[in-house]
Write a protein that binds this ligand. Structure first.
Ligand code: SF4
Ligand code: SF4
Length: 135
């Protein structure tokens, strides 16, 4: 099973295209919409997670690459300002994926960008704006 999280930026003429439906129906993928920010007749942004067999995920990505949309890995839109973190651990129980976690000794908080789904729950509890999501 392969998973890929990507941010899609859609021009106005593609906002109403059934892109997610095509990924599911034509490429036999599971698609989770993690975030969506769409304004009719303007640009739209979607954060999706594709899951499935590697060859199917690759075929789905090839389909997306053939559309006139911007595709980038989700991780590029997430910043972890480690220098601001005071390791208070407030965010750790809030993070649903374990992206924010205690290290092995339990004294420091670390961030695994690959696990982050940009839900922004940590942003509400972090007093120092350590996680920044540009979406
Ligand atoms: S946005 Fe914050 S709470 Fe949500 S998955 Fe990422 S690190 Fe965890
Ligand atoms: S809540 Fe903010 S300051 Fe506290 S451990 Fe988490 S990221 Fe660091």
């Amino acid at each position: 099973m392969k998973k890929k999280r990507v941010v899609l930026t859609l021009p106005p003429d593609l906002i109403e295209q059934p892109i997610v439906y095509n990924l599911i129906k034509n490429h036999d993928l599971m698609v989770s919409i993690l975030r969506a920010n769409i304004t009719p007749k303007e640009q739209g942004r979607l954060v999706i997670e594709l899951s499935g067999e590697k060859r199917k995920v690759d075929a789905g990505m090839a389909y997306l690459a053939g559309l006139e949309i911007e595709i980038q890995p989700l991780a590029q839109d997430i910043k972890w300002h480690e220098d601001r973190c005071i390791h208070c651990t407030f965010c750790v129980p809030t993070c649903p994926t374990g992206a924010l976690h205690r290290d092995e000794e339990g004294l420091q908080v670390s961030f695994n960008k690959d696990k982050c789904i940009a839900c922004e729950l940590c942003i509400k509890v972090c007093p120092y704006n350590v996680v920044e999501i540009q979406f």
